[in-house]
Design a protein around this ligand. Structure first.
Ligand SMILES: Nc1ncnc2c1ncn2[C@@H]1O[C@H](COP(=O)(O)OP(=O)(O)O)[C@@H](O)[C@H]1O
Ligand SMILES: [Mg+2]
Length: 211
């Protein structure tokens, strides 16, 4: 079992604490905030309570998402814009997902959100976003809504490559294992459209509803 007590997470999202793996500096361990699952299920209306607690666990949902049809090929292209998945491991503070920690020159990579807030929508990042969108379309990768703080920037050969580190999967009720390409195409186009809405909303001071 991996000991995480006494180790400070390098980041925290709304759902999970993120740690550098104590034995493998290129891996990331994510543990769902303790008590979060209990809190979520307690506050859900009765009909949602019928769903099992595990359906709210981000790590378990992410594990299913990495099993989606388009990633089964497991080749380099399918993973070009995605942190690699290494499975679930037991730690002293609960089950963790183990994924590739995205770094540049030893430093943990910057999120797309941080980049946009500091530099704005430069031509360079616009190209990277468009290249990322082409990859989503060509490979029909299913994601939840793509939010700039769930994407980090990896520098490869002086190019900025966007990597999804959170949000792979689909909105509830889209059947991950059995979708048709026809619906997947429409679904992916909508995620791309909403990603631009979200970026524009972030950049314009977050007024109104981003969708
Ligand atoms: N694999 C990773 N490589 C680099 N940074 C990461 C990675 N995973 C998460 N992060 C950083 O940690 C933050 C929170 O992680 P995230 O998985 O989004 O947590 P949550 O599920 O709570 O939203 C991200 O916004 C990002 O800055
Ligand atoms: Mg997140």
């Amino acid at each position: 079992m991996i000991e995480l007590n006494g180790i400070t997470p390098f980041a925290e999202g709304g759902n999970r604490k993120c740690f550098v793996h104590p034995e493998k500096p290129d891996k990331c361990l994510k543990v769902v905030h303790p008590g979060l699952l209990e809190k979520i299920t307690k506050n859900q209306p009765w009909y949602k309570k019928l769903r099992s607690k595990s359906s709210f666990d981000d790590n378990l949902r992410e594990q299913e998402a990495y099993n989606q049809k388009s990633l089964k090929r497991n080749d380099q292209i399918a993973y070009k814009h995605l942190a690699k998945w290494y499975g679930m491991v037991e730690t002293s503070i609960g089950m963790a997902s183990e994924t590739e920690l995205i770094k540049n020159d030893g430093e943990i990579a910057q999120t797309l959100e941080d980049y946009l807030f500091s530099k704005g929508l430069t031509d360079e990042i616009k190209n990277s976003i468009e290249e990322f969108h082409d990859w989503l379309r060509e490979n029909l990768i299913l994601t939840k809504n793509l939010i700039p703080h769930n994407i980090v920037i990896k520098i490869e050969d002086n190019q900025m490559i966007l990597k999804i580190i959170d949000g792979l999967g689909s909105k509830a009720f889209f059947p991950l294992p059995s979708y048709s390409d026809f619906f997947a195409k429409r679904y992916v186009e909508r995620r791309i459209e909403l990603m631009w809405s979200r970026i524009n909303w972030d950049l314009s001071g977050r007024k109104g509803n981003w969708k």
